[in-house]
Write a protein that binds this ligand. Structure first.
Ligand code: CA
Length: 222
């Protein structure tokens, strides 16, 4: 899943980007409000981690404009300690949750998972479909009760398909969520990941809808 991080502090931004990448997210990092707004109007993000104190355009303004466009992308606000006022403003401007600096990367990752869960309408922390169980927190997959080893990208593809179970996803949609700017995208990468997932899990897990994309059935016989 692809996440936008907006943070002007180089050390902190770098740490967040590295931490989220390690959790399997594709991460774009913007260091000012104007670049953040440009990214948000052109790229689809599953979630945004937004610092409020930013050069060129404040985080609060970025958030207000996002919501004004009726964009419901979940936003996790980062604020300075003791900045109760800015937390309130951030939430009222359309933020979904906040973290006070300094924070623990584990907590950031957990809050993001919670936001993604709510946004996708899957209240269960464990995703289940077609006899496959995926645990986003532990990064673990069980197929018919048996653990399955997946690469980070295979896991990411399966995660996106499961969050969207019952919906057809185009290859382009999957690619947009799998790669950040600057990542090298091989032209048939998605097909290869799908092929691996079918082989490692089971062949009929993911349906190919010709000319449209891929479908993970909402719930087949388990
Ligand atoms: Ca800042």
């Amino acid at each position: 899943m692809r996440v936008l991080v907006v943070e002007d502090d180089a050390l902190l931004g770098d740490a967040i980007q590295a931490g989220l990448k390690q959790s399997g997210y594709a991460v774009d990092w913007m260091k000012d409000g104007v670049s953040a707004e440009q990214a948000l109007t052109t790229e689809p993000y599953a979630a945004v981690v937004l610092d409020l104190g930013l050069p060129r355009l404040s985080g609060l303004e970025v958030l207000r404009r996002l919501r004004k466009r009726s964009d419901s992308t979940p936003v996790l606000i980062l604020t300075a300690m003791d900045a109760v006022e800015s937390r309130i403003k951030g939430l009222d401007a359309g933020g979904d949750d906040y973290l006070v600096k300094p924070f623990d990367m584990g907590e950031l990752a957990a809050r993001l998972r919670a936001l993604l869960r709510r946004a996708s309408g899957n209240p269960e922390p464990l995703l289940q479909a077609a006899g496959v169980e995926l645990d986003p927190a532990a990064h673990r997959v069980l197929c018919r009760g048996e653990p399955v080893e997946l690469s980070a990208k295979e896991f990411a593809v399966l995660h996106i398909l499961m969050l969207n179970a019952g919906k057809v996803l185009s290859r382009a949609k999957l690619e947009e969520q799998l790669y950040a700017w600057g990542d090298e995208v091989e032209s048939n990468a998605v097909e290869v990941y799908i092929h691996h997932l079918r082989r490692k899990l089971f062949p009929e897990l993911i349906e190919t809808i010709r000319g449209v994309g891929y479908l993970m059935p909402r719930d087949k016989a388990t």
